[in-house]
Write a protein that binds this ligand. Structure first.
Ligand SMILES: Nc1ncnc2c1ncn2[C@@H]1O[C@H](COP(=O)(O)OP(=O)(O)OP(=O)(O)O)[C@@H](O)[C@H]1O
Ligand SMILES: [Zn+2]
Length: 757
């Protein structure tokens, strides 16, 4: 007997040992998946990390045996395992949780990965000589239908000429044979049953083949871009990470393309990360035009089978040179990674919120690149505080690119004071007269407009104007959003839905009215003002189906639609030629968000969405509607003054002990009973304060203090840079365990969110 240590795709600490007989053990190496028993009657696919002879310190009866070996070769490479370890330790979760996030479902299934196959037919072995083949044809004389198909088979597969002129025999699928001869499966089956043909299964690739690379489609860089590219390469000589700070439409993507070409020419692989699937549509096209079938795409809108196939391809001897993907692409195997590009590096969607691992793909990618000796390029028009700070303090390289391609000016931003307009009765709906006239002019000139409203649904809230009743989710402490098309009220936290009541359940008033504006209502109202406009809407609700992103983006890009309404999905990265006007309908919803990062997010969001205007030809116009036109952050967006914005914010962050000067860890406690979660969080808070003093804030009720029937408390820990991190994290985990061991706290959930967003 030998032994293996494995990790299980379950949220459990540590590794587990199993016995394996010597014969089986011979075929096992770390990185393969093994089928092992779990609990009383279950089995799971575990990942082997070590084969050894150290008998675990357990009764023989307690040591269970490996049931099956699922892979002929490892499915992860050694550096991937090290990356998983880094993630588990830095983000304070288990290896099982990381494994769960990292492997596509098909590699976690207990059956092992089954590639898609199709049935092929070939000539039976005994007929593969000239004489025998003639006998076969003769034998088939009395079965004319079968004979006809058999002769067609010989022709299609080239056996008919083979003996005169040996050539390559063509592999034929059953489908191809049936199509060519218009015969039924029964006829082919008879040929197989009678021993003329053999049927076998062939693996088929689902991966699409985009054809040869086309280097001639690469655009020539202008002077500013070429200089930026040189600077990036020069700084890589000294630093692993460089930040490219280029204003919107400065042509950062074209620089990436040049860098990717260079990396490929050196035989290296490239990982290109985007924060959102919506952005992969345009980027896929731009990259495919140059890199053809060297480009692989990996994200969660792909079927599991496709993801498994890309994974396998990356392990093979012909991996894709470039992988374009959303955050999970960081988990793919790379054999010779040379370059990582993190586009829109400021985006918070790079951070996974739920479930664990709550990792930031930017950090994980930088760590992976360092492990493999690859260089990293961060790109953004509005770098996040942390990256900009790292660049300014010399940890990262820094390359600015402050002019738009072709020297087009950044858009002209008009701030409109909607409080004043409403006061003077010049505005009643969601659109200011300034915005409407700008849209009217754009449409009349055959141009397009984008309206940005960061709230989906029809009305964020409905209420009874008589008694003030508002519908609430039964599972969460939030009001329900009204979706008009579905005629439903839904909870954006847990998905709970209910029909809209006909009358107020409290007072019987039959007129319930909506308050506030979601994208759906904006769409309805703008159609009323511009009945001739062709309006499209892009938000979570319109992009649930496969291909929805493509359709909306293509139609707008091709001018089939001319007014696009959307949430943050449309705010960044998209490149359209004819957008003359961008309307930011409600800047205040961002500015009033209760979080220390609210201004940072608001600045980025407004600058980014503004950047969609006037990318080709003429300078664009942005109408920014707000009740707070004098706020410095609004003025900084108008003048695109990232520097001042950044310096103001940095001073504040320093004063109040926030990143980039301090690391944050949020500790969440959840339980069905409010009383239990309150008592437990008070106890943990006190213990933490003993150990960490005034670095601890809370416990507090978060903004939404109950989600999915669980009451929540949050404790904030602010750790100064340079504090012994590993030690701190160990004591946090120990404190959690102590608490969970206490009577009555078994069902308590406690988890950590490291570097929360
Ligand atoms: N050197 C070039 N030659 C031809 N076209 C270019 C060149 N550089 C940029 N462009 C074009 O200008 C437009 C804007 O460039 P790109 O999308 O790369 O900007 P970006 O900096 O990535 O913008 P954002 O930050 O808004 O995503 C694109 O349509 C791009 O094809
Ligand atoms: Zn809910």
């Amino acid at each position: 007997m030998r032994y293996v240590d494995v990790i299980l795709p379950l949220p459990l600490e540590g590794t587990f040992s199993y016995a394996v007989d010597d014969k089986k053990a011979n075929g096992i190496v770390a990185g393969m998946r093994l089928l092992v028993p779990w609990g009383k009657s279950k089995t799971v696919a575990a990942l082997c990390i070590r084969v050894h002879d150290d008998k675990p310190d357990l009764d023989d009866s307690k040591i269970k045996e490996v049931l099956d070996v699922l892979d002929p070769a490892p499915v992860i490479l050694p550096h991937q395992y090290r990356l998983w370890q880094w993630i588990a330790s830095y983000y304070m979760c288990t290896m099982g949780e990381v494994m769960n996030a990292a492997l596509p479902a098909g590699l976690k299934a207990e059956t092992g990965y089954r590639p898609k196959t199709e049935t092929c037919v070939r000539l039976a072995a005994k007929y593969r000589n000239e004489q025998a083949l003639h006998i076969a044809i003769d034998l088939l004389r009395r079965m004319p239908k079968q004979q006809k198909v058999f002769l067609a088979f010989l022709q299609l597969s080239h056996w008919d000429v083979y003996f005169e002129n040996p050539c390559e025999i063509k592999e034929l699928t059953r489908e191809e044979l049936m199509n060519a001869t218009s015969c039924s499966t029964a006829i082919v089956r008879q040929l197989v049953v009678h021993g003329f043909l053999e049927a076998y299964d062939r693996e088929v690739g689902r991966l699409n083949h985009a054809g040869q690379p086309h280097p001639e489609n690469t655009k020539t860089l202008n002077d500013a871009q070429a200089k930026a590219m040189d600077a990036i390469e020069a700084q890589w000589k000294e630093k692993n990470v460089v930040l490219l700070h280029g204003v919107t439409s400065s042509g950062k993507t074209e620089i990436y393309i040049h860098l990717i070409e260079k990396a490929i020419a050196e035989g290296k692989q490239v990982l290109y990360l985007l924060p959102e699937i919506a952005l992969t549509v345009q980027m896929t096209e731009r990259l495919q035009r140059v890199f053809g079938s060297e480009l692989g795409i990996y994200h969660s809108k792909y079927s599991d089978a496709e993801r498994v196939e890309i994974w396998q391809k990356q392990l093979s001897d012909k991996p894709y040179s470039v992988i374009l993907g959303a955050r999970s692409a960081v988990f793919l195997p790379f054999q010779r990674l040379g370059l990582v590009i993190i586009d829109e590096e400021h985006e918070t969607s790079y951070k996974q919120q739920d479930p664990a691992p709550r990792y930031h793909a930017r950090s994980a990618a930088i760590v992976m690149a360092q492990m493999l000796g690859a260089k990293t390029l961060l790109g953004s028009a509005t770098p996040c505080m942390e990256s900009y700070y790292n660049a300014k303090t010399g940890k990262y390289g820094y390359v600015p690119l402050m002019q738009r391609y072709q020297g087009i000016e950044l858009p002209d931003i008009h701030v409109v004071d909607i409080k004043d307009l409403r006061h003077r009765k010049m505005m009643s709906g969601p659109f200011s007269p300034q915005l409407l006239s700008a849209i009217r002019e754009a449409l009349s000139q055959g141009k397009q407009a984008i309206l940005f409203q960061n709230r989906r649904g029809f009305a964020p809230m409905i209420e009874c104007k008589v008694c003030g009743w508002v519908p609430h989710c039964k599972n969460c402490d939030v009001s329900l959003t009204y979706h008009k098309r579905l005629n439903m009220l839904t909870c954006h936290y847990c998905g709970y839905t209910q029909p809209v009541p006909m009358v107020c359940p409290c007072c019987g008033n039959p007129h319930l009215s909506g308050r506030g504006y979601g994208t759906e209502k904006i769409e309805d109202q703008i159609k009323e003002v511009f009945p001739e406009a062709r309006v499209a809407r892009m938000d979570l609700d319109t992009t649930r189906t496969k291909g929805a992103y493509e359709r909306i983006i293509h139609d707008f890009g091709a001018g089939k639609t001319n007014l696009l309404i959307g949430t943050q999905m449309i705010s960044k990265g998209l490149d359209f030629d004819r957008v003359a006007v961008v309307g930011i309908l409600d800047a205040d919803s961002m500015l009033n968000y209760p979080d220390f990062r609210a201004y940072e997010y608001a600045f980025m969001m407004m600058s980014q969405v503004s950047g969609r205007a006037g990318r080709k030809g003429k300078r664009g116009l942005v109408v920014l509607q707000t009740r707070n036109p004098l706020l410095p952050v609004v003025q900084q967006v108008v003048s695109n003054d990232y520097q001042t914005f950044y310096h103001d914010l940095l001073a504040e962050r320093h004063l109040f002990h926030y990143p980039p000067f301090y690391h944050l860890i949020y500790i969440y406690l959840k339980h069905k009973q409010e009383g239990i979660v309150e008592a437990a969080s008070q106890q943990l808070g006190a213990q933490l304060r003993q150990r960490f003093g005034d670095r601890v804030l809370g416990p507090d009720k978060p903004g939404v203090a109950r989600v999915q029937s669980l009451s929540i408390r949050k404790i904030v820990l602010k750790l100064e840079n340079g504090i012994a991190r590993a030690q701190t994290q160990q004591s946090l985990i120990a404190l959690r365990q102590q608490l969970l061991n206490q009577k009555g706290y078994k069902a308590l959930q406690i988890y950590f969110d490291v570097d929360p967003m």
